[in-house]
Design a protein around this ligand. Structure first.
Ligand code: PEP
Ligand code: MN
Length: 337
């Protein structure tokens, strides 16, 4: 931590800050300039910079190390590669996970799985427990839907990615899923994260609607601190002042996360835009920006979808997109899984 004192701060104030830092367990290195005194505080004590900023004579406090540890590149310089049934996430290959927003029927998910496989994707998504803004909207078909999802995926040799909304659902969802998704609304459900931290299955952690990148990494830290190192992040758009799209897909988060963390990060251009015709352009951009994979909604008949039909790709859209992604992945030194 670096504490910059106000210009010409009296010696008594500088000394009071040094005393406080020492009490907190920091080694203090003082540098006295013409106008400003700067204090370098070295140590591992967790400390809220605001607790120092309110001390008399302090102008600014700059935190040098990240508040998360296990999720940081400082802790682990090399990329984390998560291997799920032979599929590697976070390595040179870009992984595309596709499927409908919700699992609706055995036929719907089986047809979707065929499309996903035919397009060359490696994993099938589909929600059985749906976090909906309205309690009157379709809430998901629960365990029965998980069974249909697993069966469809197995037939097409795809992995299963599906959401878990609550601690009470973990055992059930883990029985069917290869990767458990924590949705945007649950990014800061710490009770859920703590329980998933004890699980020996990969977790796909989506960024919250109003979550900063630092908060996303702090949530990942909960999983890692619990002992689950199989964490995949996902940028899915955030709430901004812009209303032309459902969300603002923050693609800059991808290179930022890659710099700050060793964890893989996917992009979800479906929830990130909310509009079918915007999904492919943003999917292409995400791969160009270095995303380790994509989470995409596709539906055999989007107009009949019970949720998120307007942002679901038509099967032919997915086929065309996958061809384009192959070229883009190659252009950025990657390849499609
Ligand atoms: C989803 O992936 O279906 C979903 C609900 O996403 P999010 O949590 O990002 O809204
Ligand atoms: Mn959806």
């Amino acid at each position: 931590m670096i504490v910059v004192m106000q210009a010409h701060a009296p010696e008594s104030e500088v000394e009071a800050v040094i005393d406080r830092l020492t009490e907190l367990g920091f080694d203090v290195h003082r540098s006295t300039g013409v106008d400003h005194t700067v204090l370098g505080a070295v140590g591992r004590t967790p400390c809220d910079p605001r607790a120092l900023e309110i001390l008399p004579g302090v102008r600014q406090v700059v935190r040098v190390s990240e508040p998360y540890k296990l999720a940081s590149r400082t802790f682990r310089p090399q990329d984390t590669v998560i291997e799920v049934q032979g599929l590697k996430l976070g390595g040179p290959e870009v992984v595309v996970i596709a499927g409908p927003c919700s699992v609706e029927s055995p036929d719907q998910i089986q047809t979707a799985a065929k499309i996903v496989r035919q397009a060359g994707c490696r994993a099938l998504r589909g929600g059985a427990f749906k976090p909906r803004t309205s309690p009157y909207s379709f809430q998901g078909l629960g365990e029965e839907a998980l069974r249909w999802l697993r069966r469809a995926a197995d037939r097409e040799e795809l992995l299963v990615v599906t959401e878990v909304m609550d601690t009470s659902q973990i055992t059930t969802v883990a029985k069917y899923a290869d990767i458990l998704q924590v949705g945007a609304r649950n990014m800061q459900n710490y009770a859920l994260l703590k329980e998933l931290g004890k699980l020996n299955k990969p977790v796909l952690l989506k960024r919250g609607l109003a979550g900063t990148i630092e908060e996303l990494l702090m949530s990942a830290e909960y999983l890692l601190a619990g002992g689950n190192y199989q964490v995949i992040l996902c940028e899915r758009g955030i709430r901004t002042f812009e209303t032309a799209a459902r969300n603002t897909l923050d693609l800059c988060a991808i290179p930022i996360v890659h710099k700050l963390s060793h964890l893989p990060i996917l992009a979800d251009p479906s929830h990130g835009t909310g509009l079918r015709d915007k999904v492919a352009p943003m999917a292409r951009a995400a791969v160009a920006a270095g995303a380790d994979g994509l989470l995409i909604e596709v539906h055999p008949e989007p107009e009949k979808a019970v949720s998120d039909g307007v942002q679901s790709l038509l099967p032919e859209d997915l086929f065309a997109l996958m061809e384009q992604l192959k070229i883009i992945a190659t252009a950025v030194g990657r390849r499609l899984a």
